[in-house]
Design a protein around this ligand. Structure first.
Ligand SMILES: N[C@@H](CCC(=O)N[C@@H](CS)C(=O)NCC(=O)O)C(=O)O
Length: 223
């Protein structure tokens, strides 16, 4: 049996977070495709692994019984610690580095994601995959998300004016957490997002060179 199995639909941003770290750290993972449109993630079998019925989900068969984990950011941290020799994570015995890492991780989860995720869903994924079940684009919501997002992007630009990466001076998994939604913002939903935000722009230019980014943007299975 494969050692690590990743249940994924690589066309979607949350699974892509995990694909990015796998590529970045060169971890050997067996891909188990679950088609979101075909509702594979709502099957009884899948719900036993992730009761929320969402992707991604990881199964590590090096344990008996296998270790099952859902939530993309938790999976990324787990893979970096267990299979990446702790790379892209702070030294857990360095209190300040760990605190700054958690500060950066919380900023992504509580400030960036609620606006970027919702906006990208509304403008890209809803019309593309879920129009029948979720209706058309809600333009009032889009307008409000856009103005809230700009405030967050301004703050991120200021933060990156005095540190190189989202969670401090080192590149970490927190930078990867941002990548899937930043990709959709900068390429289609909000191409002007980086205008007049020089620090954010230069950080993003750096991210676009990462091996995982090149894979998710150049390989057709991710789109
Ligand atoms: N917080 C979760 C969110 C997971 C999530 O919502 N995944 C989406 C794909 S980006 C999904 O499976 N959507 C289908 C659904 O919720 O029915 C994570 O980061 O893993």
């Amino acid at each position: 049996m494969a050692l690590i199995e990743l249940f994924t639909d690589p066309r979607f941003p949350c699974p892509q977070r995990v694909h990015l770290v796998i590529k970045e750290l060169g971890i050997d993972v067996n891909i188990r495709d679950v088609n979101l449109e075909a509702k594979g993630h709502k099957s009884t079998e899948f719900l036993k692994m992730n009761p929320f019925g969402a992707l991604p989900c990881l199964k590590d068969n090096s344990f008996d019984p296998p270790f099952v984990l859902y939530e993309s950011r938790a999976i990324v941290r787990y893979l970096a610690i267990r299979y990446g020799q702790g790379r892209l994570m702070p030294n857990p015995f360095n209190a300040q580095a760990t605190a700054l890492f958690e500060q950066g991780a919380s900023t992504e989860l509580t400030s960036f994601d609620p606006t970027a995720n919702r906006l990208v869903f509304e403008e890209i994924f809803k019309p593309k995959f879920f129009a029948e079940s979720q209706g058309s684009i809600d333009s009032a919501l889009v307008a409000s998300l856009r103005s809230r997002l700009l405030v967050v992007l301004d703050i991120l630009d200021r933060i990156l004016g005095h540190q190189g990466y989202m969670a401090g001076q080192e590149f970490s998994v927190v930078d990867l957490f941002y990548v899937p939604y930043m990709h959709h913002l900068t390429t289609s939903v909000y191409p002007s997002a980086l205008e007049n935000r020089p620090h954010l722009k230069s950080w993003w230019e750096d991210m676009m060179l990462r091996p995982g980014y090149l894979e998710i943007t150049q390989c057709s299975r991710y789109s």
